[in-house]
Design a protein around this ligand. Structure first.
Ligand SMILES: [Zn+2]
Length: 156
């Protein structure tokens, strides 16, 4: 989400237009939590048995993302498909460094990763990501208004 907003801010700042169409950010948010929606869990053991935290799940998501992207206008489809898939992939990457994921399920049970980030630090990371996203969101709004004003002035 923050990555998309950062791309939007850079594009609005230098090219005066957005990178992603409307509804991309809600989809990014949805795909960012999709692995946990598909297999809700509390314990690490349950996560280590969840199909939605595997490479096969990411592979299944490729055509799903492609189909969803078809709802968007032509020039935007690939970037929408890529960022929503990346949101799910980054979820698995984050879980891999905070307890591990069953990346090769259903073929192999052995999880990939460990507690490289201790659970007591997770709220700090969450807070940093939320504040960063909020700041970028506000910044994007301001730049959008400026781009709109610029468009109005050039129409005169
Ligand atoms: Zn997860």
């Amino acid at each position: 989400m923050s990555g998309c907003l950062a791309a939007e801010v850079i594009s609005l700042r230098f090219r005066h237009r957005r990178v992603f169409p409307d509804w991309t950010l809600p989809l990014v948010a949805l795909f960012g939590v999709l692995p946990d929606i598909c297999s809700p869990h509390i314990s690490l053991e349950d996560r280590h048995a969840s199909f939605s935290h595997s490479l096969l799940f990411l592979a299944v998501l490729v055509p799903v993302c492609g189909m969803i992207a078809f709802w968007f206008e032509k020039g935007m489809r690939l970037r929408v498909a890529v960022v929503i898939w990346l949101a799910a992939m980054l979820h698995l990457a984050a879980d891999a460094v905070s307890g591990g994921i069953p990346w090769l399920i259903p073929w192999k049970e052995e999880p990939l990763g460990d507690y490289y980030l201790e659970p007591f630090t997770w709220p700090i990371y969450d807070a940093v990501f939320i504040i960063t996203a909020w700041l970028l969101w506000r910044w994007r709004q301001r730049l959008e208004v400026r781009a709109y004003e610029r468009e109005l002035m050039s129409a005169d």
